[in-house]
Design a protein around this ligand. Sequence first.
Ligand SMILES: Cc1ncc(COP(=O)(O)O)c(C=O)c1O
Length: 406
Amino acid sequence: MDERADPGPASRQAVSRRTERVASAVPIQMMMAFRMRSGYATRRLEPGVVDLTFGDPHELAPDAYVEALADALRPRDELWFAYMQSDEAAQAAAAASLERVVPLGWGPDDLRMTTGGFGAITVAFKVLADPGEEVVYNLPPWFLYEPLALEAGLVPVKVRARLPSFDLDLDAIAAALTERTRIVVVNTPNNPTGRIYPPETLEALAAILERASDRWGRRIWIVSDEPYNRIVFSGSTFHSPAQFYRHTLVCYSYGKTLLAPGQRLGYLAVPPTLPERAELLAAVDLMQIAAGWLFPNAVMQHAVPALERLAFDVPALEAKRDHVVSTLRAMGYELDVPQGTFYLWVRSPVADDEAFVGDLSGRGVLVMPGALFETPGWFRICLTATADSLEAAMPHLDAAIRAARV
Ligand SMILES: Cc1ncc(COP(=O)(O)O)c(C=O)c1O
């Protein structure tokens, strides 16, 4: 018999175990199914269908945005499109704006430009934790923490938010910490709930993490995922965990405030007061390269100073939020008024949120089921749709809750 005929099971496996581990994550399986096989997949481009799922733009980008990119496309020197890590002018503009939101004395060299929030979180996970170590985060979560953690070899540890406020459950977080915990992810303003965690909560979390780090003689870090830190409504104030716990890496994405998530742009910021700052920044530089050149394209980086001058219209979004919240409440939906972000987190009128979302999609309104956020019984509405589209969705949302009640 020719021994080369059957090379054995090991070489029949086409993909790595790492890939299999990522593929085994339920949130990513559900996300892929949602994008490829749900009512969203089949109906979203149909005329008259209102898509309230992802934070995508629903109108042409504003002229000022297009002009900022067009201007950045014109080369000023022969190195304009050369290999670029973090561009100094981009870092300076980003640091100045971060300082306005999170005043900690940030300088340009405290930031590294990344391919959006995704790139920043990816690098933070790889730099801070080793395979087998644990990353704690809150449910309902942004659905891609789990695959990013698994890809980095980390073990996701999930802690349910405290109901009914959906604030962090500090007792549950404290109970979840072990000697293997390396990272706690905090996402405020929160996707999907719209909560902004109060300063007292962040202060108490910092004390818990200081004690736990001392107990095990190993630092537990916060990865503060704050792409919505500029989308904060009147009456609410944003505080970053970095203001209470200096062992915090801040991850930011421009995809939300510029409503252009397909243009990958963000940063990872290392607090200037951090004793391990130089070591961390060197590690970030290294991992951005090693993980596949996770720097934004040259054009996007050149555009940052101009993009930083564009303002997100929070008052217009707030008006939309107020109108939709009161209209939904009048129909009988239960929901809190979000303090930030462009999401509404709504209780499904029937326990099976996927069935309810399916019914809504049959009526021509697409939203995301709570199951995608590991929180059945809820659904998420995205307010980036135009006011007219939102208005067009209202009779269908009304009909759906009425039908659910009979
Ligand atoms: C909480 C949260 N973190 C990170 C990201 C990733 O942002 P980006 O796609 O701009 O990199 C998102 C995007 O939806 C998000 O909602």
